[in-house]
Design a protein around this ligand. Structure first.
Ligand SMILES: Nc1ncnc2c1ncn2[C@@H]1O[C@H](COP(=O)(O)OP(=O)(O)OP(=O)(O)O)[C@@H](O)[C@H]1O
Ligand SMILES: [Mg+2]
Length: 231
């Protein structure tokens, strides 16, 4: 049997509870799942079922109320915030549902940022790699634009380029094709699956796009904070 530390992601008994005005609310309840290296997994489910919350926990952006999550061999609950950030910088790309680009940086500077934070390539190399990825997502002519003058779909593609620029072992993407027309959505999907094939990147995607979900090795369905895994 495989050990949890061999998985890219291993989740056991994870719950997320928050306290608000109406009392304690369970957003996620007893989640158990795992993802192996190179797998492509889609998480689907109704709005409010907990998909984004789960993705944030898997990526170490947020902490579980109970249970354990191993990411790239490390137990996230045993790491402090700095150690989680270092693990993310080393091995994780994340595309947020709301993109979360830096408003005061151009498209190119946004994509260069993770490389600069990691600090292992020169500024010129960072610029070249970021430029090449923006070309790949069809934004070669938009590199010096600021997020506020980019359309939603263009911002989404900048966010994808930013997530991939460090060639992460795992890409988490929250509705990566949500704001895109069919043709651009297809180009973005093709890029994700190519990263999966060429670099063995593990993909964990939240999506309402059933054609994208069907292209993944596995589809996990969420219902009201719980998992119902389909074949
Ligand atoms: N910090 C919080 N405080 C209170 N409720 C929260 C908090 N974060 C999330 N929720 C609630 O938890 C539920 C799950 O939210 P989540 O964003 O994970 O859903 P989702 O499946 O990603 O939905 P969508 O498809 O609309 O993006 C929602 O009902 C949301 O309102
Ligand atoms: Mg969501």
């Amino acid at each position: 049997m495989r050990k949890e530390s061999d998985r890219v992601i291993a989740v056991k008994g994870v719950s997320k509870r928050v306290v608000d005005a109406s009392g304690e609310l369970a957003i996620l309840d007893d989640i158990g799942m795992h993802v192996d290296a190179g797998e492509t997994v889609a998480i689907v489910g109704e709005s409010g079922s907990g998909k984004s919350t789960l993705l944030g926990l898997l990526a170490g952006l947020d902490t579980a109320s109970s249970g354990t999550i191993h990411l790239l061999g490390q137990e996230l609950g045993a790491l402090d915030e700095d150690a989680r950030a270092a693990l993310r910088a080393r091995g994780v790309g994340f595309v947020f549902q709301a993109f979360q680009l830096m408003p005061h940086l151009t498209a190119l500077e946004n994509v260069m940022l993770p490389l600069e934070l990691r600090g292992d390539v020169s500024r010129r190399q960072a610029r070249e790699q970021a430029h090449a990825l923006l070309e790949r997502v069809g934004l070669g002519s938009r590199v010096s634009h600021y997020p506020r003058v980019l359309s939603g779909g263009e911002q989404q593609r900048v966010a994808l380029a930013r997530a991939f620029v460090t060639q992460p072992a795992v890409l988490f993407a929250d509705e990566p094709t949500g704001s895109l027309d069919a043709a651009t959505g297809e180009a973005v999907s093709a890029l994700m699956f190519e990263m999966n094939r060429s670099h063995g990147a593990t993909l964990v995607l939240v999506t309402h796009d059933l054609s994208l979900a069907r292209r993944c090795d596995r589809v996990i369905t969420m219902r009201a904070g719980r998992l119902a895994e389909a074949a």
